[in-house]
Design a protein around this ligand. Structure first.
Ligand SMILES: Cc1cc2nc3c(=O)[nH]c(=O)nc-3n(C[C@H](O)[C@H](O)[C@H](O)COP(=O)(O)OP(=O)(O)OC[C@H]3O[C@@H](n4cnc5c(N)ncnc54)[C@H](O)[C@@H]3O)c2cc1C
Length: 401
């Protein structure tokens, strides 16, 4: 049972305490169990190898498809599981506890499917959302460019309308699932003079003439995910592949990032929980000064901080998912969860390495992998600085928060 207390400060000066109580539904518990069993039996034994090889684990992606893990929070009508966002975060936490790369792979699915659900036509949902939900095809979300990361309004990619096609020209950078994905949601300007109101989104299929892949990155963490660049040169995309209307792109991107930030926070919770699990076990086994290192207060305090961080990050993540399930605005809550869980995961990973001592600095020790994976979280899907800017903007514009 989870209980959140929300304080609302009314203009008259009264403080009203609204108690929001919610319990995991039977279906959510079932999803959590399926994800946990899969993660423990099939992902965890492969986690170190996935990290070491830095190759896309296609066999694991295939199993995730069989278990319907890709399309979890998407309608059954399009091949999804019609599960709640809460179910989705529970599943991503379990996957990430075993291997953050696999949690990240799941979030790359969400970030591609959501724009199609949110803004796609019925034809686009049948043609593109359905195979993404089933896991038959993989997706990628392409917003970032070599010269535009935190400031996506400064992208240079253009889409020129010519008869019944759009001609895409430009480059994208740091795209998760680059080259392994089949379906790409690509952001480009149809009218740059209108700034963000002139940005549009397009579905581009792998193999489209004029669409190629550039540099694949050798990332420090989440190494089971392929991250690389895309190039568009005289790439002709049918008009019917535009998502929504011309000028809807920025709005689609922001709504999608809100959702994906919840996914990133569940990855953070999963990594932090893994750090706590490993640190508890090791500190009880490792002896120095003739006693388990868990008997030293300095080590106990690190464990206490980790456990507290995991719980707090989990509650923020659940709250954001809960609000998403109620179709409420989640911009502030998703950014808070993402910011906090990223930082909790990094602190937990630093302390996990510390508790494991010299062994913690070796590639043999899982804490070393947690440390590198956690570092990615405060950069991908908007840096911590950008999350703070979003939160501050939301807090300042809303009287009651
Ligand atoms: C593993 C990984 C996967 C990714 N996958 C995708 C993907 O699938 N699709 C996609 O589109 N992108 C993806 N990205 C890109 C990611 O979203 C960007 O890296 C991120 O938004 C930051 O942009 P940047 O790297 O250009 O950094 P920059 O924007 O250059 O930022 C550099 C530093 O400056 C700070 N900074 C910038 N502006 C401000 C400001 N106004 N105030 C204060 N500080 C500021 C930043 O916080 C950061 O610390 C991925 C990145 C990584 C690492």
């Amino acid at each position: 049972m989870i209980s959140l207390v929300k304080l609302s400060f009314l203009k008259k000066g009264y403080i009203v305490v609204k108690r929001m109580e919610f319990e995991l539904k039977e279906g959510e518990k079932a999803v959590q169990n399926i994800a946990r069993e899969f993660a423990e039996k099939e992902v965890l034994p492969r986690a170190a190898e996935i990290d070491r090889k830095g190759k896309f684990p296609s066999d694991i992606a295939k199993r995730m498809a069989e278990l319907k893990l890709f399309g979890l929070p998407f309608p059954e009508k399009y091949g999804g599981a019609s599960a709640t966002m809460m179910s989705y975060v529970l599943a991503v936490e379990e996957l990430s506890r075993a291997s953050a790369s696999i949690g990240f792979l799941s979030s790359a699915g969400l970030i591609t499917m959501f724009p199609i659900l949110y803004a796609g036509s019925e034809w686009q949902k049948e043609e593109y959302l359905r195979p993404l939900c089933s896991g038959e095809k993989l997706g990628a979300f392409a917003l970032t460019e070599p010269t535009a990361g935190s400031d996506p309004v400064s992208i240079d990619t253009t889409a020129v309308h010519e008869s019944e096609e759009y001609v895409l020209t430009g480059r994208k950078a740091f795209i998760t699932n680059a080259a392994v994905a089949d379906i790409y949601v690509v952001f480009a300007y149809t009218d740059k003079s209108k700034k963000k109101d002139g940005m549009s989104a397009f579905i581009v299929e792998k193999g489209t003439k004029g669409f190629s892949f550039t540099k694949m990155e050798d990332m420090m963490g989440m190494r089971g995910c392929i991250v690389g660049g895309l190039a568009f040169s005289d790439c002709r995309v049918p008009e019917e592949n535009r998502l929504g209307s011309e000028g809807d792109g920025f709005r689609i991107a922001l709504a999608t990032l809100d959702r994906d930030r919840i996914a990133m926070s569940s990855i953070g919770v999963g990594i932090a929980q893994a750090c706590l699990d490993a640190s508890k076990k090791y500190s009880k086994e490792r002896k120095q000064f003739s006693q388990p290192i868990a008997s030293f207060q300095a080590v106990q305090f690190m464990l206490a901080d980790m456990a507290t961080g995991v719980e707090a990050a989990r509650l923020l993540t659940y709250k954001a998912a809960y609000l998403a399930d109620k179709s409420e605005r989640i911009t502030k809550e998703a950014s808070m969860a993402k910011l906090y869980a990223s930082e909790v995961a990094q602190r937990a990973a630093t302390n996990a390495v510390q508790i494991h001592g010299g062994y913690g600095c070796t590639k043999e020790c899982p804490a070393e992998r947690y440390f590198r994976d956690a570092r990615i979280l405060s950069i991908a899907v908007g840096t911590s600085e950008i999350q703070r800017m979003v939160i501050a903007r939301e807090v300042l514009k809303r009287d009651a928060q």
